[in-house]
Design a protein around this ligand. Structure first.
Ligand SMILES: O=P(O)(O)OC[C@H]1O[C@H](O[C@H]2O[C@H](CO)[C@@H](O)[C@H](O)[C@H]2O)[C@H](O)[C@@H](O)[C@@H]1O
Ligand SMILES: [Mg+2]
Length: 896
């Protein structure tokens, strides 16, 4: 009899690394260096309740939260009240240089805070709890709010259909660099936390570059990255106005799954990818019957769909129905006896529609005199982080004027129909307002998901609510929540008359009508538990289904390492393919000519005597001479996939196929001509040796079908001539088998660096290593370029045997075989860059034309956000030391 051993060990929980813009805490430093004051932040309630759920209630997941600390402020004692008060000038003037000990102390305080939260929130201490699961991202530079600028002043407005004139000036450039660093800092922190098998979940528009950065950082094809976008995603007509639109999309498509609040946002995102990245998308329905897209971009796939966020309905009901809140509700009711109460709670920014709401309320009072004196609008507007910006100040004035004019027109000495509170209110007051309301009015002109709407419906679902059960909700059609709360009274906030009519109708609903509405609405409120589980379950399913397919991801090129290696190397060799690498693929081969930017970069590379630059292309000599050799004679050239070579700073070409029988050309040409006749739009490019049949300009399906047929036909006889038939980018090429780009690479690497080539002479593998290149950057996009990469890999293996002790500080020989295309492309290259634009940016970086922070690239940062060990990092360290001394001296009264 056989027995199966039972596995009694506790099931390992799935680890989730949850990346949020800011930890859910407001952090203040008291008078002494370790006096940390931690309190809960306001805003983002839905997201933070998802974190709480994963932290305290979920039995399936072990959560790790990675987030910026937010602006850390200091407090000072108020001499009169003895209370600690925040120093207002802190954020701009007071650099928060924290010592290592302080950073450690604060991390422990945060961990402890989370633990005591747990003890307060769970009944038992049984749940296995992940200690050290809060991972702060330190960015302690002076003016800490700098990290918000690009996200808040450029991305946020565009995502809400507000176009600020952007001139890509110095200021915006600096904001962008800080934005890149912000994302880099997260990548670095995740690097410290990540374990194989973890799911990384990234939230919202501060972290749009992070998915791709993580792909660059981890050479782990199984890494699973999900991204949820909480804000709206605008139509492509708006999105494409962002100067950094491509970098943003490139950053995001590093995720396996990108999810939005509703189908319109995901559709807009997909059209941005199609338009700006040349992506294709297949649409289908997901398990919740909403649209999902498989977006193919740079040859890889990303799943795009939507899942509206929810709220913690159980907690809200628990918090909203207490004795304390009962009494608050009663006092509000007494204050407005015999009046209907309309409530609104919004942040005071231009998209929340407070102005539209006031205008509609004014119209309502004008249109329905019978309601005057019978209705009060309690509007709570909470200040935004940008309270002092000219736009907010203007908006504040506009709101005040409207409130005054309504109250003077329709109010009297005893009563003002609009009660406007410009302040943050505590949670209990907010819940009391939700409970007391006869109507909730939401007129935002754009938002991702309005959680006030969801919370209101939740509170109104409670029967014992002082006759307020089921009171109605008027909701803007431009709010993301209108896609979820389909049975709300939906209005266009720009149409004051229509909103006024809806207010009148809503206030007149009888009990049965209200109950009817509420019973439908209540079913439509998503819970945060469901939302969290659904997102994580589907990403896990995606991961397992992907596991069945053989999946190898190529990491993105680590550009900071490349730059460092470049700077230190003395014998640098560049091996560049041309089409699809240095220049984008276009319909007409004759139109694919070098850009001015490419010339500048090549010129700068050529000007450095340590560099040897070769273009190794499928193009013929005529094309390469005309557009490259003629303008930059220092370039080495190889034409027709290795058939011809022209050495650097030399005019003459050498034919490596001179002795080959070319009789095959007639036969191949005949077959290609037959297919050209049958396929409108196709044509033959006749080079000296190779023949290329192009079908980019044909009807795609027909072109592809005939290309397959042509290839088979050619393969049936080309073996006799020892020819290779190659599948290129919308082309089929034929050339002799014994020449290929790899052979050229072999010749160039096994060669004394900087010495002229004796092309017809054989290769010597006996050269001392210090005469051969110590840095080789090889870039190519196509199947034929794989020969170059393969050759470099072979040489590297050989050197490992021959020169095991001569590796560089990065543990290799400075070889960078890099494919141009997606991470999921099948390749033997060691890294990838997505497209020719990224290629130029990378080369620009080497010649000093581009900043490291122009695009994200995985850089190690210090706790202040400077590149580690850089000049600015060292300067900042000194400043920090001086600062700490000054501070401690000011405590003790000593002079420094
Ligand atoms: O080795 P490469 O430098 O990448 O050259 C490969 C082939 O590139 C050219 O064709 C390709 O690019 C064209 C322009 O973008 C495009 O219209 C065509 O569809 C692509 O196949 C070139 O015409 C061929 O001769 C090269 O062999
Ligand atoms: Mg190419």
């Amino acid at each position: 009899m056989t027995t199966t051993a039972q596995d009694n060990s506790p099931k390992r929980k799935q680890r989730i690394i949850n990346c949020v813009t800011q930890l859910p805490y407001k952090i203040q430093l008291g008078e002494s260096n370790d006096d940390w004051k931690i309190s809960a932040t306001t805003g983002n309630s839905a997201l933070y309740s998802s974190l709480e759920y994963l932290q305290f209630d979920s039995t399936e997941y072990e959560q790790h939260v990675v987030g910026w600390t937010g602006e850390i402020t200091r407090t000072e004692r108020n001499l009169f009240t003895r209370e600690a008060k925040e120093k207002p000038q802190d954020l701009d003037d007071d650099p928060l240089y924290l010592t290592k000990e302080q950073i450690k102390g604060l991390t422990t305080t945060l961990q402890d805070h989370m633990k005591s939260d747990k003890e307060a929130k769970t009944d038992t201490a049984q749940t296995a709890f992940a200690t050290n699961n809060v991972h702060p991202v330190w960015l302690l530079r002076k003016n800490q709010s700098r990290w918000r600028n690009y996200a808040e002043k450029v991305i946020w407005p565009t995502f809400h259909y507000i176009l600020n004139p952007s001139n890509e000036g110095e200021q915006e450039k600096n904001w962008w660099y800080d934005y890149v660093k912000f994302n880099e800092a997260y990548a670095q922190k995740i690097g410290e936390v990540y374990q194989k098998g973890d799911i990384i979940w990234i939230h919202d528009y501060y972290l749009l570059l992070l998915p791709q950065l993580l792909r660059m950082k981890f050479n782990d094809e199984s890494i699973i990255i999900g991204y949820f976008h909480h804000a709206p995603w605008p139509s492509n007509e708006y999105f494409r106005c962002l100067p950094r639109r491509k970098q943003i999309l490139d950053g995001l498509v590093g995720a396996n799954r990108i999810c939005f609040q509703n189908e319109s946002f995901s559709r807009h995102f997909v059209s941005s990818c199609k338009r700006l990245l040349d992506a294709t998308a297949k649409k289908s329905k997901n398990s919740s019957n909403s649209d999902q897209y498989q977006v193919s971009v740079y040859g890889g796939d990303v799943l795009v769909d939507s899942l509206p966020i929810g709220v913690n309905t159980t907690q809200i009901l628990k918090d909203a129905f207490t004795k304390d809140i009962d009494s608050k509700v009663l006092s509000i009711k007494q204050a407005y006896q015999n009046k209907k109460i309309i409530i609104g709670r919004d942040r005071l920014d231009s998209v929340r529609g407070v102005v539209q709401k006031l205008r509609a309320f004014e119209t309502f009072l004008a249109m329905y005199p019978e309601w005057r004196d019978q209705v009060v609008l309690i509007q709570v507007s909470s200040p935004t982080a940008n309270r002092n910006s000219p736009q907010t100040i203007k908006l504040e004035q506009q709101v005040n004027e409207l409130v005054n004019s309504i109250n003077s027109e329709y109010g009297n000495l005893n009563f003002s129909p609009v009660q406007h509170y410009y302040m943050r209110i505590p949670k209990d007051v907010y819940l009391s307002l939700l409970r007391v309301a006869d109507l909730c009015l939401i007129t935002s002109v754009r938002d991702g998901m309005n959680t006030t709407a969801l919370e209101y419906v939740t509170v109104k679902s409670h029967m014992s609510n002082f006759l307020c059960y089921g009171n109605p909700l008027i909701l803007s059609e431009f709010s993301g929540s209108s896609n979820v709360l389909k049975d709300a009274i939906v209005v266009n906030p720009w149409d004051s008359v229509a909103v006024a009519k809806s207010i009148n109708m809503a206030l007149k609903l009888d009990k049965e009508e209200k109950n009817n509405l509420e019973s439908k609405l209540w079913k439509e409120v998503p819970t945060i538990q469901n939302w969290t589980n659904k997102f994580l379950t589907s990403i896990r399913e995606q991961a397992t289904s992907d596991d069945d397919v053989e999946r190898k991801m190529t990491p993105a090129l680590n550009r900071p390492v490349l730059l460092e290696n470049y700077k230190q190397a003395k014998r640098r060799l560049f091996l560049f393919d041309y089409d699809g690498t240095l220049t984008p693929i276009v319909k007409d081969p004759a139109a694919a000519i070098p850009s001015a930017r490419l010339y500048t970069i090549l010129q700068k590379l050529c000007a450095d005597p340590h560099n040897q630059i070769w273009i190794i292309s499928g193009r013929d000599q005529k094309f390469l001479n005309k557009w490259l050799g003629g303008k930059l004679p220092q370039l080495g050239l190889s034409a027709e996939h290795g058939c011809f070579m022209k050495d650097v700073s030399c005019q003459d070409w050498v034919n490596l196929t001179e002795k080959v029988d070319m009789s095959w050309q007639v036969r191949v040409n005949e077959v290609m001509e037959e297919f050209t006749t049958r396929t409108p739009g196709s044509f033959i490019e006749r080079k000296k040796v190779a023949l290329t049949w192009h079908y980019r300009r044909t009807v795609p399906e027909l072109g592809e079908f005939h290309a397959k047929e042509l290839k088979e036909k050619l393969l049936s006889f080309t073996d006799d001539f020892d020819l290779e038939v190659m599948d290129g980018k919308a082309n089929i090429e034929v050339r002799p088998r014994f020449v290929n780009k790899g052979e050229i690479v072999k010749r160039l690497v096994w060669h004394q660096h900087g010495k002229p080539q004796d092309i017809l002479k054989g290769i010597s593998e006996k050269l001392p290593k210090d005469q051969m290149p110590d840095f080789v950057l090889c870039l190519g996009d196509d199947f034929t370029d794989e020969d170059m990469f393969r050759q470099l890999n072979t040489i590297e293996s050989c050197w490992k045997q021959k020169y095991p002790d001569e590796k560089n500080q990065w543990g290799n020989y400075g070889f960078y075989p890099v494919t141009v295309g997606s991470a999921s492309k099948k390749t033997v290259a060691k890294a990838h860059l997505t497209d020719p634009q990224q290629v130029l940016e990378t080369l620009g970086l080497l010649v000093g034309d581009v900043s490291l922070f122009q695009s994200a690239g995985t850089v190690d940062l210090d706790s202040r956000g400077h590149v580690k060990n850089s000049e600015s990092s060292l300067k900042s360290k000194l400043a920090s030391k001086a600062y700490v001394m000054k501070r401690s001296a000011s405590y003790t009264g000593a002079k420094v």
